[in-house]
Design a protein around this ligand. Structure first.
Ligand SMILES: Nc1ncnc2c1ncn2[C@@H]1O[C@H](COP(=O)(O)OP(=O)(O)OP(=O)(O)O)[C@@H](O)[C@H]1O
Ligand SMILES: [Mg+2]
Length: 306
């Protein structure tokens, strides 16, 4: 895979002198789904704004498809890379949902029919089609977040920079949005760079994760490798996905020896099923994983679900 986006030695300070990013080097492959994790104030939003050239760095360069973004025409740049802001009130400005979503496509010079088609597609994708004529100021925060995402979708970008797109969404809504993003990534090849605090969703949907701590990238890799560094993760004021935490406890305190650290319910289920079976009786499952025998009684009505 080729690099679509590359950041070289980025340093950034706000005008008040606060140093926020230091020596950031990052390559994002075309078609990759990259997660950006970090505690509050670690620099996630700042980094995403810099990648879209909404903030300019004094030191360091960004390349889009090998071309320095300083030399790319702004309209072209914003068409190729679109940012979904953390705070929807920074993004939404029109009086109705439909008008807001139409803004980008209209500015791209698309026909009226194409603009309508895009509005319908984008609102349908975030399950908000019936909100087309609704005033934006009447929407809930979570609804506004979805409209922001729809606005980005309507632009048809090659790279989406998503700043906590699932925050304030209800659990089902957050999963639905993640599934949509994953589908756009895998089927339409849109490159995704997403900051998030929804750490449990990361191993389910994201290919690669970077951890930011005080403006530096301290870990970079596949979720299973990054989350195996539990101590570093905690020092950065983050946590493991809950399932990973449970298996860490089983390993450390209960003597279980799993080959890898399961991070999702599916992985946990496989790991548990792979424990040696030492006996089976109707209604009982006997597993052996450490000195002695783990005897786990499963009531006949208990269902093991995904
Ligand atoms: N306009 C600004 N002027 C001065 N300092 C700022 C400005 N915007 C952000 N900062 C500071 O820069 C640091 C990084 O902020 P940023 O918003 O990038 O963090 P973040 O990782 O996105 O945090 P969160 O998880 O809370 O969204 C913070 O300490 C913040 O106070
Ligand atoms: Mg932020």
């Amino acid at each position: 895979m080729v690099d679509i986006l590359e950041a070289k030695d980025l340093h950034f300070s706000y005008p008040d002198g606060k140093s926020v990013l230091r020596s950031i080097n990052l390559s994002v492959k075309k078609g990759e789904f990259l997660g950006v994790l970090g505690a509050n104030g670690s620099g996630k939003t700042t980094l995403l704004k810099i990648l879209n050239h909404l903030l300019k760095t004094a030191k360091g360069e960004i390349y889009l498809e090998g071309k320095n973004i300083r030399s790319i025409n702004k309209d072209m740049l914003f068409r190729k890379i679109c940012t979904c802001f953390q705070n929807p009130d920074d993004q939404l400005f029109a009086s109705t949902v439909g008008e807001d979503i139409a803004f980008g496509p209209v500015n791209m010079g698309l026909t009226k029919e194409e603009v309508s088609k895009r509005i319908e597609y984008a609102l349908g994708a975030v399950s908000m089609l019936e909100f087309t004529d609704k005033p934006i100021h009447n929407l809930s925060f979570g609804e506004k977040k979805r409209i922001c995402l729809a606005g980005v979708l309507a632009m048809g970008p090659e790279v989406m920079l998503l700043d906590e797109p699932t925050s304030s969404l209800d659990p089902m809504g957050a999963s639905a949005i993640m599934r949509l993003l994953r589908k756009l990534n895998k089927e339409n090849g849109i490159t995704m760079v997403m900051s998030t605090h929804s750490v449990d969703l990361v191993p389910l949907f994201i290919d690669r994760v970077i951890i930011l701590n005080q403006g530096r990238i301290i870990l970079d890799g596949k979720p299973e490798n990054v989350f195996s560094q539990a101590q570093v993760i905690r020092e950065a004021k983050l946590r493991l996905p809950r399932i990973g935490h449970l298996f860490e406890i089983l390993r450390k305190k209960d003597g279980f020896n799993f080959n890898s650290l399961p991070l999702t319910i599916g992985e946990a289920r496989e790991a548990i099923k792979s424990l040696p079976t030492v006996g089976r009786a109707e209604g009982d499952i006997f597993r052996q994983g450490y000195p002695g025998t783990l005897k786990r009684k499963v009531s006949p009505t208990t269902q093991l679900t995904q």
